[in-house]
Design a binder for this molecule. Structure first.
Ligand code: GRF
Length: 205
């Protein structure tokens, strides 16, 4: 498996997917190349982005399969056929099962719009606003079987400003995501991320 052959998984807008494509085009993805989009929502805007960029897409509806495991087995077969070595979740709204986790152990990463372990799960930005924190941010982490529980690779903070709405805060958080995620994907693609237990080390990020 080659680290630099990347599949991006997304369910929605795909603005992080777009940022990763731009980074690749600018030669800033550590030699990595995005070989495939996987989406569980064939009608999502991210599918159109893949088409526009000429990136192959695997668009499968989980409900067309007998179980979550069969759905993921179909994905794994395609990943292996394309020799994918790195799975990048970018707004992929499903938990991953052992069917994908086992063959891709240590090779699946996710981006989450909070400073984990605060505000895991859905609507992290709304959760942070409701809680009243003054500082939130972005986390990139390895994926395990839990909800946003895997080892942290990188984090960046974003201040909550008085009068922030979910939209205004989301806009600043997304900007940080578009900078941070390509950097981490580049580091992964170049083999610059080490994992020991829960502790990760990124060389020259
Ligand atoms: C991002 O905020 C990401 O942190 C979260 O889902 C959102 C995806 O947005 N996991 P987009 O589809 O990349 O625009």
């Amino acid at each position: 498996m080659q680290w630099g052959r990347i599949a991006v998984f997304a369910s929605g807008q795909g603005s992080n997917f777009a940022a990763l494509i731009q980074a690749q085009q600018a030669g800033k993805l550590g030699g990595g190349s995005i070989e495939l989009l996987v989406s569980d929502k064939p009608e999502a805007p991210v599918a159109q982005r893949a088409e526009d960029a000429g990136i192959p897409a695997l668009l499968l509806r989980p409900k067309d399969f007998g179980s979550r495991e069969l759905y993921e087995a179909a994905i794994v077969a395609e990943l292996q056929r394309r020799d994918i070595g790195l799975v990048v979740l970018a707004g992929y709204m499903r938990l991953i099962t052992p069917v994908l986790l086992e063959p891709y152990a240590g090779r699946i990463i996710n981006i989450h719009p909070s400073l984990l372990p605060a505000f895991a799960g859905k609507d992290a930005i709304g959760q942070a606003l409701d809680y009243g924190v003054k500082l939130t941010g972005v986390t990139v982490h390895f994926v395990d079987g839990g909800m946003d529980t895997g080892p942290v690779i990188a984090q960046r903070s974003v201040e909550v400003i008085s009068g922030d709405t979910a939209e205004s805060l989301a806009e600043r958080i997304h900007k940080v995501e578009y900078g941070l995620y390509p950097e981490v994907v580049a580091a992964m693609a170049a083999g610059r991320v080490e994992l020991n237990g829960r502790i990760t080390t990124v060389s020259s990020l």
